[in-house]
Design a protein around this ligand. Structure first.
Ligand code: ADP
Ligand code: SF4
Length: 700
C-alpha cells in the first residue's frame, strides 16, 4: 500500500489551538477534534466494518472517537434500525473490538449509552416499552405501540441497569461514556421534557424534579467508573416542539445549576432532523446562537456540532469561547483524516462534507451507509478500502476516462493516485457533469465540492491530463491508444414521463410545452402556471419547483406519493422541503398523477379513487427518470473485435451511463473502477466482491 502525502510539522500556526490537549474528567484528549456518535447502518450486524471505520478516524487524528448509540438494556431497543447493543456480557467482545480499534489510532474511545424508552417500539424483544409517562411511542414510523409509565421500582431498576452497563463499558475498554439525552432518542431527555414527562411525583413538574434521573445516573456513573472514565452528557439545545418541549432557556438553567455535574457537556440540537440539517437548509455552524454563552455557565468543557469542515470556522468557535471541542459526525465521514490534514498543512486536501445526508439513508434504510464524498465509507473493512491509501498500479499503464462527472472525476483521481497515466476527456467546457449543473439550483451550492475536491486533486497529479471540450466518438476512443477505457458519459432526464407511475410515455394531445430538469438547469424559465410532475421522489422535483418560483412561475407540484419528495424521508429533509414549498406558495397535490397532457393543461388523476380533474397550465416539467447516455458504449461494444487491434484491453461503462442513480453511486462506481483495474478476477471459490461477517450458528 502506498501513495499518501504526509508532511508532519507543516501545520499553519493559526490552527494550533485545535491541537491543544484537554482533560475530560480523568482522561485527556490529545486535541480538540471530537467525533460525536453517529450511525452507519452497520452496527451489530457489521461490527468489524464499524470497528475498522472508527479505527481509520482515530488514525486520521480525531482525539475522541465515539460509537453510535448503544442500547444499554434489552428492555428498550430501536429495531428495525441497526445500532449497537450492550445487553449482557456476550456483547462485550464486539464493543471491545471497537474500543481497541479506536485506541489503535491513539484516540480516546467513547461509548454512547442509550435507553430509548418512548423512542423504542421493542419490535425485536417484545418487551413493553417504558417512559416517564404512558404515551404512544414516538418513532419515525408511528408504530402502533404505547409505552407504559415507569414506577419508582422501574426507575430504580433503570439505575441498576445503567450501573451494569457502565461496568461493561469499562470492561470493554472505553475511556468515555456519553449519556444520551438528545434528539428525542434517550430517556434522559424524556424525563427533562414536559412534552413526555407529565409526572406529578419527584421526577416530574419542576425542572429540578425533571433533572432528578439525569443527576442520579451521572452520580451513579461517577461512583461506578468515574475514577477512570470521563462521563459526558448529550443534550438537545432546544427541543423545538413548541411550549411543552425542553427549551434553550431550560438548558441554560440546567447547565448553570449543575455546571460541574458531567465531565463534559455535549450539546446537540432539537430532533435529529434539526441537528443533522442538510446544507440545502442549514449553513455550517448553524447552531451557534443556541450554544453561545453556555460555556460561560460551566467550567466543564463544551462540545457542539455544526457540520464543521472549515478549520477557520473551527478556530473561531474555540477562540471566541463558544466551544472547547469541535464535534463532527458528517465531516468525519466525508474526510476521516480531516484533523491530520490540518496538522500536516494540507487544508486544500480536505474532502469537505457537502451536507447531502446520503450517509443517513444507510441507517434509515437499515442498509450500509454510503457517503457521496467518501466512497470508501463502510468499505474500509469489507473491501479493504482506505480513504487515503491505495494500492500501486498493476501491470497496465494508461487509461482513458470519458466524461468528467462525479464518476469520471473520481475514477481519474483514484487511478492517478494509483500511478496510472490517465487522460480525462470531457465534452463540455466545464468539469463536474451533473454536479456542476445541480449545484447551481437553489440550496445545492455545497454540492459543487464533489467536483472541486476532485479537480484540485487531479490538478496536482502530473500523470493525469484533462481535456475539456472534447467530445469523443467511438473511433476517437479506439484510436486514442489507451489500454483501458472507462466510459462515464452520464445520463439525461426523459421527456416522456416514463418512470414509476407511467412505464409507457404519458398520453399527449396538442402542444403543451414540456420541459425536463435538464432544460431548467440549462436556464429554461417557463412562465405563467407551470405543473411539475414528480415521479422521481428524491430532491429534484422540489428543487425544480423552487427554481421555477424564483424565475417567476406559479407552480403546482403533482406527485403520486403521499409525501412531497418521499425518499428524502431518508435524508431527514422531507419536512423542511414540504414547509419550504408551502412558504413559496407552491400548490401541492399528493396521491395524484399527471395522466394526460393537453394543449392548455394536464389531466390529474387521484391514485386511489382514479377520479380525474383537469388542471390548466402553460407548461409542464416532467421530473420522471433518467436514461443512460450509453450510445458511445453501445457503438464500442459493436466494435469489440477491433479493440485488440488498437491495443485496447478493456472498455467499461460506469456511473449514470451504466444506470442512473444518486451522485453517491457515481463516485462509488468511479472509485471501484479505479480500485479493481488490473486486480485478479474473482474465482468461483470466492465469488463475492467483499467480506461478510456471518453470525455463528448456536451450538456450533
Ligand atoms: P456521472 O454521474 O455518471 O458521473 P454525469 O452526467 O455527471 O455522469 O457526467 C457525465 C459527463 O460526461 C458530462 O460532463 C458529459 O458532458 C460527459 N460526456 C458525455 N459524453 C461524452 C463524450 N462522448 N465525450 C466526452 N465527454 C462526454
Ligand atoms: Fe456529508 Fe453527504 Fe458524505 Fe453525509 S453523505 S458525510 S452529508 S457528503
Amino acid at each position: 500500500m502506498s501513495d499518501t502525502k504526509t508532511s508532519a510539522g507543516n501545520r499553519d500556526p493559526r490552527y494550533d489551538c485545535l491541537f491543544e490537549p484537554l482533560a475530560i474528567g480523568p482522561v485527556t484528549t490529545r486535541n480538540r477534534f471530537y467525533q460525536v456518535p453517529h450511525c452507519n447502518g452497520g452496527g451489530y450486524r457489521d461490527p468489524s466494518a464499524v470497528a475498522r471505520m472508527r479505527e481509520i478516524k482515530a488514525e486520521g487524528g480525531w482525539g475522541v472517537v465515539f460509537t453510535e448509540q448503544v442500547e444499554m438494556h434489552h428492555s428498550s431497543e430501536i429495531s428495525p434500525y441497526i445500532e449497537l447493543r450492550l445487553w449482557d456480557d456476550n456483547d462485550i467482545p464486539m464493543l471491545a473490538r471497537m474500543a481497541d480499534s479506536m485506541h489503535n489510532g491513539q484516540a480516546l474511545a467513547g461509548i454512547e449509552l442509550a435507553y430509548p424508552g418512548i423512542n423504542g417500539p421493542n419490535l425485536y424483544t417484545r418487551e413493553v416499552p417504558m417512559a416517564p409517562t404512558a404515551l404512544p411511542v414516538r418513532t419515525f414510523t408511528n408504530d402502533p405501540v404505547s409505552a407504559r409509565s415507569m414506577t419508582k421500582r422501574d426507575i430504580s431498576n433503570l439505575r441498576q441497569w445503567h450501573r451494569q452497563a457502565f461496568r461493561r463499558a469499562r470492561t470493554a475498554g472505553y475511556d468515555l461514556i456519553c449519556l444520551y439525552g438528545a434528539h428525542g432518542f434517550g430517556v434522559i431527555q424524556h424525563f427533562l421534557s414536559t412534552l413526555t414527562n407529565h409526572r406529578t411525583d419527584e421526577y416530574g413538574g419542576s425542572l429540578s424534579n425533571r433533572t432528578r434521573l439525569m443527576r442520579e445516573l451521572i452520580s451513579d456513573a461517577k461512583d461506578e467508573v468515574g475514577d477512570t472514565m470521563g462521563i459526558t452528557l448529550r443534550l438537545s439545545l432546544h427541543e423545538l416542539v413548541g411550549e411543552l418541549g425542553f427549551t434553550n432557556e431550560e438548558v441554560r438553567e440546567l447547565v448553570s445549576e449543575h455546571s460541574d455535574l458531567p465531565d463534559l457537556w455535549d450539546l446537540a440540537h432539537g430532533s435529529w432532523e434539526d441537528c443533522s440539517g442538510a446544507s440545502r437548509f442549514k449553513e455550517e455552524a448553524a447552531q451557534q446562537s443556541l450554544v453561545m454563552g453556555i460555556r460561560e455557565l460551566t467550567d466543564r468543557p463544551v462540545v457542539g456540532v455544526g457540520r464543521f469542515t472549515s478549520p477557520d470556522v473551527m478556530v473561531r468557535q474555540i477562540k471566541s469561547g463558544v466551544l472547547d471541542l469541535i464535534g463532527c459526525a458528517r465531516p468525519s465521514i466525508a474526510d476521516p483524516w480531516l484533523p491530520r490534514k490540518i496538522d500536516e498543512g494540507r487544508v486544500d486536501d480536505i474532502r469537505e462534507c457537502i451536507g447531502c445526508n446520503m450517509c443517513i439513508t444507510g441507517d434509515m434504510t437499515m442498509s450500509l451507509s454510503r457517503c457521496t464524498q467518501n466512497p470508501t465509507f463502510m468499505e474500509e473493512w469489507r473491501r479493504d478500502w482506505h480513504p487515503e491509501i491505495i494500492t500501486r498500479k498493476g501491470t497496465s499503464n494508461n487509461v482513458l476516462v470519458v466524461g468528467a462527472g462525479p464518476a469520471g472525476l473520481e475514477a481519474s483521481r483514484a487511478l492517478g493516485q494509483r500511478g496510472y497515466e490517465v487522460v480525462l476527456a470531457e465534452a463540455t467546457v466545464t468539469l463536474g457533469g451533473r454536479v456542476s449543473l445541480e449545484s447551481a439550483l437553489p440550496g445545492l451550492s455545497a454540492w459543487a465540492r464533489v467536483r472541486d475536491y476532485r479537480t484540485w486533486q487531479i490538478s496536482q497529479m502530473a500523470n493525469v491530463s484533462v481535456y475539456p471540450e472534447n467530445t469523443l466518438t467511438a473511433s476517437d476512443v479506439l484510436s486514442f491508444g489507451s489500454e483501458h477505457v472507462a466510459l462515464a458519459t452520464g445520463s439525461r432526464w426523459r421527456n416522456d414521463g416514463v418512470a414509476r407511475y407511467h412505464v409507457r410515455p404519458i398520453p399527449t394531445q396538442g402542444n403543451l410545452p414540456v420541459y425536463t430538469p435538464d432544460d431548467v438547469m440549462a436556464g429554461a424559465a417557463p412562465q405563467g402556471r407551470v405543473v411539475v410532475f414528480d415521479d422521481d421522489h428524491y430532491y429534484m422535483g422540489s428543487v425544480i419547483a423552487e427554481a421555477l418560483v424564483e424565475r417567476g412561475a406559479h407552480v403546482t407540484l403533482v406527485t403520486p406519493s403521499a409525501y412531497v419528495s418521499e425518499w428524502t424521508l431518508n435524508t431527514l429533509e422531507q419536512g423542511f422541503i414540504h414547509k419550504r414549498l408551502v412558504e413559496l406558495g407552491v400548490d401541492i397535490r399528493r396521491n395524484t398523477a399527471v395522466t394526460e397532457l393537453y394543449d392548455t393543461g394536464v389531466c390529474c388523476t387521484d391514485t386511489y379513487s382514479e377520479q380525474s380533474t383537469d388542471v390548466s397550465c402553460d407548461a409542464v416539467v416532467l421530473v420522471s427518470s433518467r436514461l443512460a447516455n450509453d450510445v458511445l458504449w453501445q457503438e464500442l461494444r459493436g466494435m469489440e473485435n477491433e479493440w485488440a487491434d488498437h491495443g485496447v484491453k478493456s472498455i467499461r461503462v460506469i456511473g449514470d451511463a451504466e444506470s442512473p442513480a444518486p451522485i453517491a453511486w457515481a463516485t462509488f462506481a468511479g472509485h471501484r473502477y479505479a480500485r479493481e483495474l488490473d486486480e485478479p478476477a474473482r474465482t468461483p471459490e470466492s465469488p463475492l466482491p467483499f467480506k461478510r461477517e456471518l453470525a455463528r450458528l448456536a451450538g456450533s
